[in-house]
Design a binder for this molecule. Structure first.
Ligand SMILES: C[S@@+](CC[C@H](N)C(=O)[O-])C[C@H]1O[C@@H](n2cnc3c(N)ncnc32)[C@H](O)[C@@H]1O
Length: 216
């Protein structure tokens, strides 16, 4: 946003909270966020097309506000089993936002555990005029081209287990190749030592002709 100050245009940033309220009321998503297909298994993800400084409002998780019982019923009837767009939160009791039937960008943002370098935003509950909204804010500077990822807040998500398995396999593989490498190195040193020792032993020539003395 720009404001006139002493005849010059000075940049005046509104607070992320006010920006969030403004964007939520407008019913629009930020143009600088792009929904892109990652692959058929993972589905879509959301990418920044401009830099976002830490604290910036990014997007609202838009959907139908329903009670948990209704959410449970819908989950049972859900046709696509591997993906859920239900987001549970606490506000005057447990509530849920079901984003299944919307094409707004918030629902396409993927999960990433807090502590991972790929985790770059955080979901916050924003209550304006007694109306709860779920909003994502940058928890560090985000560069253009980065994928947005926040912690869904659940520990046993299947893709996290896959990551753990891959890390485990990589460590085991690294360890085994390192052990093999170390053994090879040791064998090489041993071979060189043996060779050196062999060199020190006088060469055993066959007795030369004419110099042979029989002991008999
Ligand atoms: C709220 S949706 C996110 C958007 C989803 N990718 C899509 O195209 O609809 C949650 C689903 O995305 C996938 N997902 C989210 N985070 C993921 C991650 N870190 N790795 C792999 N798949 C993930 C899972 O299938 C999950 O059920």
């Amino acid at each position: 946003m720009a404001a006139y100050s002493r005849g010059k245009i000075a940049k005046q940033r509104i607070s992320p909270k006010r920006e969030a309220e403004f964007m939520c009321r407008s019913g629009l998503d930020c143009d600088a966020l792009k929904v892109e297909l990652i692959n058929r298994r993972i589905g879509y993800g959301v990418f920044a097309t401009q830099n976002f400084p830490k604290g910036s409002f990014l997007v609202e998780y838009v959907g139908e506000r329903i009670v948990p019982k209704e959410a449970e019923e819908r989950e049972k009837k859900r046709k696509i089993k591997h993906t859920s767009y239900m987001f549970y939160f606490k506000w005057n009791g447990l509530k849920c936002i079901d984003a299944t039937n919307t094409e707004r960008k918030g629902k396409y943002i993927k999960d990433e555990e807090v502590g991972s370098p790929l985790n770059n935003c955080v979901m916050r509950l924003l209550v304006t005029e007694n109306y709860p909204r779920l909003c994502l804010f940058a928890n560090r500077d985000i560069k253009a081209g980065e994928e947005l990822r926040y912690d869904y807040g659940e520990a046993n998500l299947p893709w996290r287990q896959i990551h753990l398995m891959i890390i485990h396999l990589m460590i085991t593989h690294l360890m085994s190749t390192r052990t093999v490498r170390r053994t090879m190195k040791k064998l090489l040193i041993l071979k060189q030592r043996v060779k050196k020792k062999l060199m020190m032993i006088p060469t055993l020539h066959p007795p030369m002709e004419g110099t042979f003395h029989s002991v008999d």
